[in-house]
Ligand binder design. Structure first.
Ligand code: NAG
Ligand code: NAG
Length: 342
């Protein structure tokens, strides 16, 4: 017996890496958010017959069936903001399904749009959802800054909060209260950093051409309708009319200062450590390390020596699909724009 590994050494790492107390912020005060009802902040975008409000108006379900996906959009555009919702994703076989939660102004600035994305990528039965974050500024669609990750829980089992913070200084993506990615504005990023007012969008749609297995596995409508639920919706930011010749950003000074003073706007050492842990254990693709795709490093990338070694030159932890397919699907992704047709 004395030569065998103690029980706790076997069980402990498993418990440590698989459970949510790995990211426990048990004593933190939290984000102190004020949710609003659906009608207070949002309007249907497309597939309205597949958008179902709860009786109290505080939550909404987006359905995808063989006829259509569905989506909603914030009624205002915002110059900076904190966009957040608790989301529960569809269960079972969700291959080819994408649920997107993102800020964009692509409908207003077709050639010079800005965008901040969280996109959930469905999977075949028994395999977990994955998700990606991305950003574009001033129409920088030839420079996708994707990162892809797994989650430390099953997002179809219960609601979790997903958030995008966007200020004049930084962008932070959150899962619950764990920051998973920070982009700090720098001069070298120039116009690639989003600056123009954006709307918040939430959509569910058929992305059979790229979402799962590089497009090999399509949506199986035997499992329809696919339902994504949104609740405790939060929109904090400075509403602004984007279509002015000389937009006056000073009207947002007070609101911007308020936004930057919130606990979610900066990373305490504890939060930064949680972000590093998340990235070490759950990130499996980063455009920052993909030198095949970007022989010249993307601006705004902070190169972490440990990450760099792990991601080697492909930006991927393991080869899920060929580089060509990755490029093709990135193109398909840009051309998606479900908006009004779907
Ligand atoms: C945005 O892009 C346009 C055309 O591509 C360019 O003329 C303009 O200078 C860019 N703006 C910024 C802030 O980089
Ligand atoms: C990637 O891996 C190869 C083979 O193991 C190695 O020769 C190369 O130096 C690595 N590149 C980086 C950037 O670590």
């Amino acid at each position: 017996m004395s030569s065998s590994t103690p029980f706790f050494l076997i069980i402990l790492p498993y418990f440590f890496f698989s459970s949510s107390w790995f990211f426990c912020f048990c004593s933190s005060a939290g984000f102190d958010l004020t949710p609003i009802s659906f009608d207070e902040g949002y309007s249907p975008l497309f597939g309205e017959f597949n958008l179902v409000r709860s009786p109290d108006g505080n939550s909404v379900r987006l359905l995808l069936d063989v006829y259509s996906g569905s989506g909603f959009i914030s009624s205002n555009m915002y110059a900076h903001g904190f966009f957040s919702a608790k989301i529960k994703l569809p269960a079972d076989n969700t291959a080819g399904v994408v649920v997107a939660f993102y800020a964009s102004n692509g409908d207003v600035f077709e050639k010079a749009h800005d965008e901040l994305d969280i996109e959930f990528l469905g999977n075949v039965q028994g395999k977990p959802w994955r998700f990606q974050t991305n950003l574009y500024g001033n129409g920088s669609t030839s420079r996708g800054r994707e990162e892809r990750y797994r989650l430390w829980f099953d997002p179809s089992k219960e609601f979790h909060r997903y958030s995008i913070l966007w200020t004049a200084k930084n962008i932070i993506f959150y899962v619950d209260e764990v920051p998973i990615r920070e982009v700090i504005r720098s001069d070298e990023m120039g116009g690639d950093y989003p600056t123009k007012p954006m709307s918040l969008y939430a959509t569910i749609w058929d992305a059979s051409s790229w979402a799962t297995g590089g497009g090999k596995i399509k949506v199986n409508y035997d499992y329809a309708p696919f339902t994504a639920e949104f609740r405790e919706l939060v929109l904090q930011g400075c509403p602004m009319d984007p279509i002015q010749e000389y937009p006056d950003f000073t009207i947002c000074n007070d609101k911007d200062a308020w936004l930057q003073s919130r606990t979610y706007a900066f990373l305490t050492p504890k939060r930064r450590a949680a972000m590093q842990k998340f990235r070490q254990h759950y990130m499996y693709y980063s455009s920052c390390y993909d030198v095949w795709r970007y022989p010249v490093k993307l601006t705004g990338c902070v190169i972490d020596p440990i990450e760099k070694q792990r991601f080697n030159e492909s930006g991927r932890l393991k080869f899920e699909r060929s580089h060509k397919k990755q490029a093709r699907s990135a193109k398909a992704r840009r051309e998606r724009k479900p908006r009004t047709d779907a």
